[in-house]
Ligand binder design. Structure first.
Ligand code: C2O
Ligand code: CU
Ligand code: CU
Length: 489
């Protein structure tokens, strides 16, 4: 049943993609006949006070609902990756072995850590090699994620299935009366769209006219097509991750119920924010708490996104997942009024303002160059980054190693649910978003961090730049530096 339904949708979408893509509407066409898969928590052990994880990037085959196995890539399994979990203050070491048969990297998206541990394009892992980054977790509780970042190949590596979540715990979060039983009332939701050929293989082709990259007609959550969730508690926490290459979502429930946003990319909000919809562009996360009534069924969907984003699939209506509440529900059914302290960074604290312009597939008309340093930041400095999208394409902006606050979007304060810590932000067409952040203290005068559009086709084409974080008193002129790459070909 599900196969037939997806098959028809796939044919329709493929035809539509080659002409200018007509909006897709999957409402009422998905049977929700598979239980949501929950990525395993990665095993770890503590050696000399360091929490050690072992990850192996590999190829495999997965049942993605096509009636036949789909070749996929995964970590410690055929598809996607285990959830890493560590507490603030812990020292972690990850041993990443590459058995893909081609070079890749593994980047800790949202993590504050030394540039050499970041897993960006300068930390290539050759086939058969093991890369072993180690760092101290020093940031608030949040749901981060990890994925490959090889320059020019990120879209392909992520699309094939390399992505997982990295949850950080801390005392402030653990004191709150929030659902936190992993896989029971605290659910990772890695939302990704995919397109398939009739033989079940992933379709990676994109139309000549499709500059945004791959847009799928089938939504997978944690690799599950048409998933349902058996709900056993009144409140459930969803850690929504837009892990798609291109597609933005605007998450709603089919009955348009209110739910609470409790956190965004890099941490919890000061207080829950009631909403009926939460938009996420690729790479962004939202933690939400939803309240269920006994015995009900409710579906999570995606509506056309604010600002259209038609060419990135933003005009589509999509089914995402069905929640099936038991007739007896446990738990209290409430959300705390107050969450954590988020001190706004005053604009006057900034000593440097930088401007970036996103257009075509470049930033400031310069395509990414691995050997060029674009910006040099002094460790500990507070800066404003003003990011403009001057064209009519869809872009967002992600900064490595930094957690920022949104000062304003076209001069207006952001909506309340965007009032906390972020590492990726939507930059709507014809608009300017101003971000403020205080950079951390890890310095390196040779290995840069990245900033880029997180639509992976754009990033691969060069909508990315590199910044160093250097010790105070060191030159901040990019001309004094060039990037030293650990990547020898
Ligand atoms: Cu999610 Cu530079 O990456
Ligand atoms: Cu990142
Ligand atoms: Cu872009």
């Amino acid at each position: 049943m599900a196969v037939a339904v997806f098959g028809i949708a796939a044919v329709g979408a493929r035809v539509a993609v080659t002409v200018l893509r007509a909006p897709l509407d999957t409402r009422g066409t998905v049977t929700f006949d598979r239980e949501l898969r929950i990525p395993a928590l990665a095993e770890s052990r503590v050696e000399d006070g360091v929490r050690v994880f072992d990850l192996t990037m590999q190829r495999g085959e997965s049942d993605l609902g096509r009636g036949t196995a789909t070749p996929t890539w995964g970590i410690n399994g055929p598809h996607l990756a285990p959830t890493l979990r560590a507490a603030r203050g812990e020292e972690v070491r990850v041993r990443v072995t590459n058995r893909l048969g081609e070079a890749s990297t593994l980047h800790w998206h949202g993590m504050r850590l030394p540039a050499r541990m970041d897993g960006g394009p300068h930390q290539m892992i050759e086939p058969g090699a093991t890369w072993t980054p180690q760092w101290n977790i020093d940031q608030p509780a949040a749901g981060l994620w990890y994925h490959p970042h090889p320059h020019g190949e990120t879209a392909r590596h992520v699309y094939r299935g390399l992505a997982g979540m990295f949850l950080i715990d801390d005392d402030a979060e653990s004191r709150l009366a929030l659902p936190r039983r992993y896989g029971i009332d605290d659910l990772p939701m890695i939302v990704q769209d995919r397109r398939f050929h009739d033989d079940g293989t992933l379709d990676t082709s994109t139309s000549l006219f499709q500059s945004e990259g791959i847009i799928g007609d089938t939504v997978l959550v944690n690799g599950t097509p048409g998933p349902y969730v058996d709900v056993t508690t009144r409140t459930v926490r969803l850690r929504l991750l837009n892990g798609s290459n291109t597609r933005p979502y605007d998450f709603v429930f089919d009955d348009h119920r209110e739910f609470s946003v409790i956190g965004t990319d890099s941490g919890l909000l000061p207080a829950p924010v009631p909403v009926r919809a939460v938009p996420l562009s690729p790479g962004e996360r939202a933690e939400v708490v939803v309240t269920f009534r006994p015995g009900e069924r409710v579906r999570l969907q995606s509506e056309p996104t604010p600002g259209g984003a038609r060419f990135a699939g933003g005009s589509d209506h999509l089914e995402i997942a069905e929640f099936r509440a038991a007739s007896d529900l446990g738990g209290v059914g409430t959300v705390p009024d107050r969450l954590v302290d988020v001190a706004p960074i005053p604009e006057t604290a900034a000593t440097v303002t930088r401007s970036f312009s996103l257009g075509g597939s470049t930033i400031d008309r310069k395509p990414m160059d691995m050997a060029r340093i674009d910006e040099v930041v002094t460790a500990g400095a507070t800066e404003i980054w003003s990011v403009a999208n001057s064209g009519d394409a869809v872009h967002n902006f992600h900064i490595h190693d930094a957690a920022f606050q949104i000062l304003d979007i076209d001069g207006d304060p952001p909506p309340r649910y965007l009032g906390g810590w972020k590492d990726t932000v939507w930059v709507p067409r014809d608009s300017t978003v101003r971000l403020i952040m205080t950079f951390a203290h890890h310095t390196d005068t040779e290995v840069p961090y990245m900033y880029h559009c997180h639509l992976l086709r754009h990033e691969d084409e060069g909508m990315m730049g590199q910044f160093l974080v250097v010790p105070p008193g060191t030159s901040t002129d990019p001309a004094d530096y060039s990037a030293r790459t650990g990547h020898h070909h």
